[in-house]
Design a protein around this ligand. Sequence first.
Ligand code: ADP
Ligand code: MG
Length: 590
Amino acid sequence: MKVGRIIKVSGPLVVAEGMEDANVYDVVEVSENKLIGEIIEMRGDKASIQVYEETTGIGPGDIVITTGSPLSIELGPGLIEQMFDGIQRPLQSLQDAAGDFLTKGVAVKSLNREKKWEFVPVVNVGDLVKPGDIIGTVQETPIVSHKIMVPVGIEGTLEKIESGNFTIEETVAVVKTEDGEKELTMLQKWPVRKGRPYSNKLDPTDPLITGQRVIDTFFPVTKGGAAAIPGPFGSGKTVVQHQLAKWADAEIVVYVGCGERGNEMTDVLMEFPEIIDPKTGESLMKRTVLIANTSNMPVAAREASIYTGITISEYFRDMGYSVAMMADSTSRWAEALREMSGRLEEMPGDEGYPAYLASRIADYYERAGKVECLGNDGRVGALTVIGAVSPPGGDISEPVSQATLRIVKVFWGLDYALSYRRHFPAINWLNSYSLYQTKVDKYFDENIDTNFSRDRIRAMALLQEESGLEEIVRLVGRDALSDADQLKLEVTKSIREDFLQQNAFHEVDTYCSLDKQYKMLSLILEFYDLAMEALEKGAYTSEIEVMPIRDKIARSKNIPETELDRFAEITKEMKEDFTKLVEKEGTVNA
Ligand code: ADP
Ligand code: MG
């Protein structure tokens, strides 16, 4: 292999000459230290290389060797519960990430080579196998059965398959193909920039249930859908992403901390092992893979971290799982692209971002989806992608937000004003949207309550009316409103404060089942109906406003999931209170 020589170093960008044997996207080893880099541009024999490690100390004349293969990651048992950096080097802690542990360029293996996994075959000698067919399983954690699949490109008759304990590099099966015998191990590699193949893309119709009321009830995302959370600094992007990683009903969670503060990943690392998933009784880490590329790590690796994350996600999707991937924040990835593009002296587009920004963002979100997987069993997997976006100053007219909103179907717009008022999650209910709503309505009406979507539509209509009424109040004062409208404002306040606001840090409120969401919302709407009826029968708004039952409605968010019967009691009590109120009016007025 021919050796190139560095002619220029500019931060994470290195230019080398004598590279005519190399191709764009080849991984290269830079200098005697073997720093890992990737060719992002070729001009003649000159390669521009983005280097995923600190480039201090290297300079012109140092050698560059191409590996001849694209940036790839390892897929196999051992992924779950791990934390990796952007190019899939395992991190024991964020200390490692700072570089104390990994010396530069040391080629560490991504997955453990010594550990033995119990491989249980599910096919027999003589069977015909094709890419994607499951040949066996490994119980990777108490809740994740890792399916060992025939890699892409291998097809033939199974000659040998063994049960027992194997490392990921030991042969578990032999396939007789047209090009001779192929030994299969539990380890596969995949180039991160290429989406993994599937048979068919399907329409995502089932909701990804997150336990967050404003999301599930008003702006749902589907299993296989894509959502964006843009918001200014401090508006709650990270808390929303953490909440989804904790509570969304995905079977596998891949969380990418991309260019944000390191302590946020530390929070995840400290918290997740402690949290017990109520559905499985196991620690959340038993279904989670973490990728950390925090603000103190090399900028180029941010780019890779997004691709590493989505490739791992696709791999579990291919097993037939529902996977959720969070990326916090995609803006830092876009900024890394901008920085590299600037150093390459490419023609800048909008706000200095490269012209290909929008297509890169689209390519990324398009890897989300519900699919019929490769393989003969017709299994279905889903990959939901949720990206935080951090527009400077919170202004979403900037290029990253705009390119993202063109492709995703769910927009959770975080609002500075709401977070300032400590209305959390600060998702603005007036400008957020979900294009999956009608699909999900069907699911909710069939599975939760036939009135679910009706109530959701009523509540949203009230909230929209509220903004109009508030305008009037601002101009001429509350007294100018009719009694009915004043009451309406009381009810919308209740929808906002008692339903939409949800405290991520409260033991009970942090997660709210769909059943409870429905009960809470219908309780508020029932209050509204009874109040309007009472008003017509002569009760005063001022009396209704101070009814003690309102306290119980406000506190209903803290009713534990095991005590949802209490909603029926509160409803009963509320009806009785209204009956008494109206009877009293009856006697007064008679
Ligand atoms: P961002 O990532 O947008 O910069 P964070 O997610 O770090 O913002 O949120 C900032 C702060 O807002 C959090 O530290 C927390 O105090 C508060 N916060 C955000 N969301 C919630 C929530 N759902 N419940 C309670 N507090 C919240
Ligand atoms: Mg954040």
